[in-house]
Design a protein around this ligand. Structure first.
Ligand code: PLP
Length: 493
């Protein structure tokens, strides 16, 4: 018989030993979070971390427990105080959304429920499918299409391109591998295509050279005639043209390929038509600009990014595939331990049959809650608002003799630079890079830079629901001020 002492040994758990304490701290964290977001405009966009903060991230693996209030104190001091800055109204670097409080609550609740969205018969799984259905509707895809929520646009493109490869390979690639493909496959995209497609081609075993970059016109849209020529050349040389990737909003300048022309060409040439709509597919919900992405609904597959223009907290991407069977046929497997049953928890769908992940997080909730709260129309108006703001910024730059603009501002990306009083080449680049760094270091605004038509430009991507026009006025004003300061320091006194 067990001794009393053995019976009394408590099993350990990660649950709080004092729920009331945890409740009090949690309320404080929520209060802090509300203040953090409410007052974001009053803080610098970004600031460099002091050495002691950097050192904090070299602390060793903890062996002993610490009070959770102290743990939170460390996070508040060292982590929350030094963000990337993309939730700030004057953050326009690279390309990302600016999150939202409701979405954050969704992430919190999703983690509290802790469900695994690999599959099974539970509410989170149904909501995952519902959000995919809503995204299909937003871009004009038929209800019969399938889709899956993934980590982001890069993964969404890989999923779509994998289906494309398998559909066009001419052999059972899943069983026999890429080595058995009779004629080497060719994919096509413009020379502005996002770098994730290169990674996809490499990961798919097709190799970077299987992705032909087709030249672009003056507006940085794919040159459809050049594409036709490339396809004909490849056929003559024994390749199998398999897929054309249209970009709805390039990351460099926001150029939108002629999606209708690409859809028609893909049909003529028997190619898979994939749209990288990480930036622009959702313009389909924006009443004033939806026509810019006409044709997106004709794609065989679309990659889109709710963590960009739906402002979902990271991470949330989505692949949509018109032919649900081709999608499932690319990824479905039957694991012995994951069989469907007619009733109970293992009935319903295995969502892991539509992508590479087995365990999947509950990404849908943050997207669902924000859509329910605001309605899709408001998200459409916010997209229109950003595009109007970018055009406003382009107008300010055009009106300012010390600044210049390049590439048409089709949507929400503005490429510009300070003329530096007539500098050129590397000196002009250094001048503008200095402006970019000072804007960031002084916490004023975050813009990034890029190369357009072989030249260096600053770049502002206005994907931010907190941006106001006076923020853009400030950007122009401060760019001019910093430009003057650099010029004054450079010229002999
Ligand atoms: C952002 C982006 C991607 C990659 O998406 P992530 O969500 O960052 O992985 C792909 N293509 C385009 C055009 C993008 O703008």
């Amino acid at each position: 018989m067990d001794t009393l002492q053995e019976v009394m040994v408590a099993d350990e758990t990660l649950d709080p030993s004092d729920w009331a304490d945890m409740q009090a701290l949690s309320h404080r964290i929520v209060d802090d979070a509300i203040g953090y977001l409410r007052d974001v405009r009053n803080r610098p966009v970004w600031r460099e971390m002091p050495a002691e903060v950097r050192a904090f991230f070299s602390e060793p693996l903890p062996h002993e427990p610490a009070p959770i209030a102290d743990v939170y104190g460390d996070v508040a001091r060292n982590v929350m105080a030094y963000p990337m800055g993309n939730i700030h109204p004057r953050f326009w670097s690279w390309y990302m959304g600016s999150s939202n409080f409701t979405g954050a609550l969704g992430d919190f609740l999703a983690a509290i429920q802790g469900s695994n969205l690999g599959g099974g018969n539970h509410a989170a799984g149904l909501m995952d499918s519902q959000v995919v259905d809503w995204l299909k509707e937003m871009v004009g895809f038929p209800a019969s299409a399938s889709g899956t929520l993934v980590s982001g646009g890069s993964m969404a493109n890989i999923i779509g391109l994998t289906v494309a490869r398998n559909a066009k390979a001419g052999v059972d690639v899943r069983e026999r591998g890429v080595g058995a493909i009779p004629k080497p496959l060719r994919f096509y995209a413009s020379d502005q295509v996002h770098s994730c497609h290169r990674k996809a081609m490499e990961a798919l075993g097709l190799g970077n050279r299987a992705l032909r970059r087709v030249s672009t016109d003056a507006n940085l849209r794919i040159d459809v005639d050049a594409l036709k020529t490339a396809i004909a050349e490849d056929r003559a040389a024994g390749f199998k043209p398999a897929c054309v990737i249209g970009t709805a909003g390039t990351v460099n300048t926001g150029a939108i390929d002629d999606l209708q022309a690409l859809a028609a060409l893909a049909a003529e040439e028997d190619l898979w038509f994939h749209v990288d709509g990480c930036i622009g597919a959702l313009i389909a919900i924006a009443p004033e600009n939806a026509s810019l992405v006409a044709g997106v609904e004709q794609a065989h597959s679309i990659a889109l990014d709710p963590h960009k223009w739906l402002h979902a907290p990271f991470e949330a991407g989505c692949t949509l595939v018109r032919d649900a069977e081709a999608h499932r046929g690319t990824f479905a497997t039957t694991l012995e331990c994951l069989q469907l049953a007619p009733r109970g928890l293992p009935s319903g769908q295995w969502l892991h049959d539509y992508g590479l992940q087995t365990s999947r997080g509950f990404r849908a909730l943050k997207v669902w809650m924000a859509l329910k709260e605001h309605g899709v129309e408001k998200f459409g108006r916010l997209i229109d608002q950003n595009i109007a703001q970018a055009r406003y910024l382009a107008g300010l730059i055009e009106a300012e003799p010390a600044l210049e603009l390049t590439a048409p501002t089709t949507i929400n990306i503005v490429c510009f630079r300070h003329r530096g009083g007539g500098l050129s080449g590397e000196r002009l680049k250094a001048f503008n890079t200095e402006i970019m760094m000072r804007l960031q270091e002084e916490g004023i605004a975050a813009v990034s830079d890029t190369t357009v038509h072989g030249q260096h430009w600053l770049r502002a991507a206005v994907t931010n629901h907190r941006t106001r026009r006076d923020d853009l006025d400030l950007l122009v004003r401060e760019t001019l001020r910093i430009g003057k300061e650099i010029e004054a320091a450079a010229s002999p006194a």
